[in-house]
Ligand binder design. Structure first.
Ligand code: ADP
Length: 500
């Protein structure tokens, strides 16, 4: 019997999962690591701690599964995206703490680029909104602020990578410095159409070519793990950024198929096939994956909409308002009232993401009367998660010209049945929850498994995908329209609040 092994290196924890041929979880191991907040708006990770926790859970999960590395057919990698690591090629030591995707230190640089008129050109080349979220300005910051880094980078002594590259480098004992297109497409340095590093973007951000990793396919063998780590060498054969891996793990292989992950935030991705779609509605255009196809390795693209506060809104009910003791309690509390009594909560606590992208918006709770109680607010919080998702869903349909017929869902908050029912109601299409909740890790395993012949092709994987529960819409079209309009009025009241 042989198995697939997956690395899921997330923002707060490193995880490893063993899957069997049926795509079932055999064993799982997880370790949290330290979050560093050295200044307001700064978020850093210790790249060595990322690697050490990742190696520890890889070893642990093999023990839990009762298998050895020689029983692992291949390893897949999925990772927190955009987080930026710069290390010394000679020693393998990071030259600075990793700058995490959430870190806002380069927003001034982004503002300056915007003021100079670069945003439309950047969007056209990279598919991205000009924002400090992405890696390029973070790398520029490191080259400018770490003493000697720019000169050493130009001389080829330093290596840049997102977390996928960093892990591959470590796993292969420093033999391979590479990335793959789904991660590369989050750097601001990658040309979405040519599938290569973009010289104009490198010049604009003043990034020397010599620091960049080679770009290899998402599905295909890219290296072997050094035997010292797991006791035997294992082929590394598939990799993708976490949200793209979840799209793959949800078997959204055909254009027009979409998934939404309900975690801290919500990330909706829709497969748009072999062409990137230029968004008219402030969504991101991004690479989904490269491959799998034995003849060529075509790039598959996706549209992406990110909602910053989803499950985090429920955390706020628990920790901020203290009207529930655990996240799971929100469901019973919200279900204790038939509706919100026309109360809307706009969770713009850190501004609004897609499709509004308003960094100055702030949270708003509107429509309260003397009859409003905690249950109405709890229900309004769940509606807010669903309504923000619906905004992204509409933008996606408009951008792609494809009518989405259902939405596949995963993530911690998707366990909430009431939330999923509300979601189906406000979307007007079925919401389908998959049987397997580890879709991110599964997506990486699928990519590696296809590359090594462990699975035969997309058809076999599509057949593996199983629905756990389907939520059918219960609202009339007119009810959806009226409710959405009311919600947009509430959103309008939250806009630009922090401007002064
Ligand atoms: P992440 O990967 O972003 O850490 P998870 O997928 O683990 O997120 O989901 C955790 C998030 O889901 C938390 O923000 C939590 O508040 C929320 N959550 C967990 N259970 C529920 C629930 N039953 N109803 C609503 N939200 C929930």
């Amino acid at each position: 019997m042989d198995y697939m092994l997956s690395i899921d290196q997330g923002t707060t924890s490193s995880r490893a999962v063993v899957f069997d041929h049926g795509g079932r979880v055999v064993a799982m191991a997880q370790r949290e690591f330290t979050q560093h907040f050295p200044q307001p708006g700064w978020v850093e990770h210790d790249a060595k701690e990322i690697w050490q926790t990742q190696l520890a859970v890889l070893r642990e999960v093999l023990v839990h599964a009762g298998i050895t590395a020689s029983q692992v057919r291949a390893l897949g990698i999925t990772n927190q995206r955009e987080t930026t690591v710069l290390w010394d090629r000679q020693t393998g030591e990071p030259v600075a703490p990793a700058i995490v995707w959430q870190d806002r230190r380069t927003s001034g640089f982004c503002d300056a680029l915007r003021a100079a008129g670069h945003a439309p050109g950047i969007a056209a080349k990279t598919g991205l909104v000009l924002d400090s979220y992405f890696s390029g300005t973070k790398l520029a910051w490191l080259l400018d602020h770490i003493p000697g880094a720019r000169l050493r980078g130009e001389r080829g002594e330093l290596a840049f990578g997102t977390v996928d590259s960093w892990l591959l480098w470590q796993l292969t004992g420093g033999r391979v410095h590479a990335t793959e297109p789904s991660n590369a497409s989050r750097t601001l340095l990658f040309n979405l159409k040519t599938g290569t590093w973009d010289d104009d973007m490198l010049a604009l951000l003043n990034i020397p070519h010599a620091v960049l990793p080679q770009i290899l396919p998402s599905c295909g063998q890219v290296g072997m793990t050094d035997a010292q780590w797991l006791g035997a060498s294992v082929p590394i054969a598939g990799w993708a950024g976490d949200q793209q891996a979840a799209l793959f793990g949800q078997a959204c292989f055909a254009p027009g198929m979409a998934k939404n992950t309900y975690g801290t935030g919500c990330f909706m991705l829709m497969n748009t096939g072999d062409q990137p779609v230029a968004s008219q509605n402030q969504l991101l255009s991004t690479v989904a994956w490269q491959g799998p196809s034995t003849a060529q390795k075509p790039l598959a693209y996706a549209l992406e909409g990110s909602v910053f506060m989803a499950g985090a809104t429920v955390q706020w009910l628990r920790d901020g308002l203290q009207i529930i003791d655990s996240a799971a309690q929100v469901e019973a509390l919200a279900a204790s009232v038939p509706d919100t009594g026309d109360v809307f909560l706009v969770p713009a606590f850190v501004g609004l993401g897609a499709p509004d992208w308003d960094g100055q918006a702030r949270g708003a709770l509107v429509g309260m009367t003397r009859g409003t109680g905690r249950a109405h607010i709890a229900r309004a919080a769940l509606e807010a998660i669903a309504l923000q998702t619906a905004d992204v869903f509409l933008a996606m349909s408009a951008d792609s010209g494809l009518a989405l017929t259902e939405l596949r869902v995963d993530g911690g908050a998707s366990k909430n049945d009431l939330l999923m029912q509300i979601q189906a109601n406000v979307l007007g299409v079925p919401v389908v929850r998959s049987r397997i909740s580890e879709t991110t890790a599964l997506g990486a395993a699928y990519l590696a498994g296809l590359a090594t012949g462990y699975w035969s092709g997309a058809d076999e994987l599509s057949a593996q995908w199983q629905e756990e529960r389907r939520f059918l819409p219960q609202w009339q079209e007119s009810q959806i329209r009226a409710h959405t309009q009311r919600w947009r009025e509430a959103v309008a009241r939250s806009r630009s609040w922090a401007q002064n």
